[in-house]
Ligand binder design. Sequence first.
Ligand code: HEM
Length: 341
Amino acid sequence: MKYAFSFLAVIALILIAGLGSQIPGMHYLFGVAIPYLAIMLFVGGFVYRIIQWAKSPVPFSIPTTCGQAASLDFIKQDKLDCPTKTSEVVARMFLEVFLFRSLFRNTKSEIHDGPKLTYESSKWLWVFGLLFHYSFLVIVIRHMRLFIEPIPRWLTAIEGVDAMLQIGAPTLYLSSITLLIGLLFLFARRLMNRQVRYISLNNDYFPLVLIFAIAVTGILMRYFLRTDIDIINIKNLAMGLVTFSPVIGAKIGAIFYIHLFLVSILLAYFPFSKLMHMGGVFMSPTRNMANDSRAKRHINPWNDPNIKPHSYAGYEDEFREFMVEAGIPVEKELPAAKDEV
Ligand code: HEM
């Protein structure tokens, strides 16, 4: 029941914002102070984590290689799976970031009676992972309409495509639904797959439940509790937040404060959680290095310039006498003693 904590935590957060925002004078806290604090934590934390990663020494050349390395001319190199040039690294990274290529190649291994070990392709995580991430991206982009005036044409075009099914009024956005479907799959996978359930922690369930609650409160606001919110006041507040002159209108609605509070928690939590894979994927030496260690010498940045390399020959020169005395074989004999000459 590791996930129970995440549900309880998110329910507590909803109650805090739902009830707290109804206390007179608390609108400013939930509408302005907490969102600003969350943004500061997000930006500060994100930059801090990236700097820490950038400063970490990379003692070894450790790109992940899954294909033929550059070799003799007549042996075909696998440029994506064993990149030797920066352009090849960029191509591999691009496919990873935009198409989750490594997940596409995911396999499932099982032991059957016999005993027999089988491997099969496993694409569901890739499909729903993509669905979730792209839906999230589209929703975040669409939300820009709250922060920009006049609304650019490209944004209206994205909304048009997202609402192309023209279901209901206000029209249903496909991404609202696909985000929920993606989240449900990712959650169900953690519960149903024995191995994944075993390694799942609170920090795996919490972001899923939190984002689910953000999506549900957003959907409630747009499609079901439309009359409880005042979208003009919300837009004024959002515009005020980005221009550092926030104003809170008379009526905004508790459901909006809950939505915004959950988003603030997500932002504040982001840099200190696994969600940092968003920035981390670019900082991972297994992904951002070229496999060129045969062509270029990889110098460990941890090497202390004051410590000179000590070759075996130098070592033997230093200790030959003691080695001979202890009966340890040496490569070069001791010079003959003077009285023996
Ligand atoms: C992680 C960030 C966020 C996510 C994932 C998210 C998610 C959603 C979703 C799924 C909806 C349902 C309708 C739709 O798909 O557009 C929605 C609606 C809404 N969200 Fe968010 N939201 C986020 C951030 C915010 C922020 C920062 C604000 C305000 C400052 C906000 C204000 C609103 C409003 C006003 C609606 C109703 C929109 C309408 O009626 O058209 N959201 N949100």
